[in-house]
Design a protein. Sequence first.
Length: 163
Amino acid sequence: MSDMVLRVQALGLRRGVRGVLEGVTFAVPRGELVALMGPSGSGKTTILRAIAGLEPFQSGTVQVEDLAIDSGAWLTPVTVRALRRKVGMVFQFHHLFEHLPAIKNVWLAPAVARGRAPSAPVACRPGCGASRGRAATGIVGWGGAAGRHRPGPCRRSASSAHG
């Protein structure tokens, strides 16, 4: 298994005649936490949508572990299911569940995708992705928003990919 959980190579995306992304390339090593930063409208969400298979792209490749998606490829239902098991996306703005703490908004989709009841507590080992996510919420000042540690599936995560 590769040490890279995510590779984006020469990603290009157009909406009509307007170029949105051009030549975006990066790799995320297993166990790393990565942030996409830039001004509003610079393409951060579009990159995440392309990685999650929600946005078709015209050039480049997105590879999540052993699953590669090429530009212009039509995603079969089997490929979509495989991608959903590896990648999740929490949307901006009003798409969060206001009655849940931040950490539960993050772990809810992977828990449901893997068939685990969202309310079922799961023992967690030190260093798991959920523990690191909880620590990261403290770093950015969201420590109180993280709530109790009931992460659903206990798995390491990097960027938007789970591995």
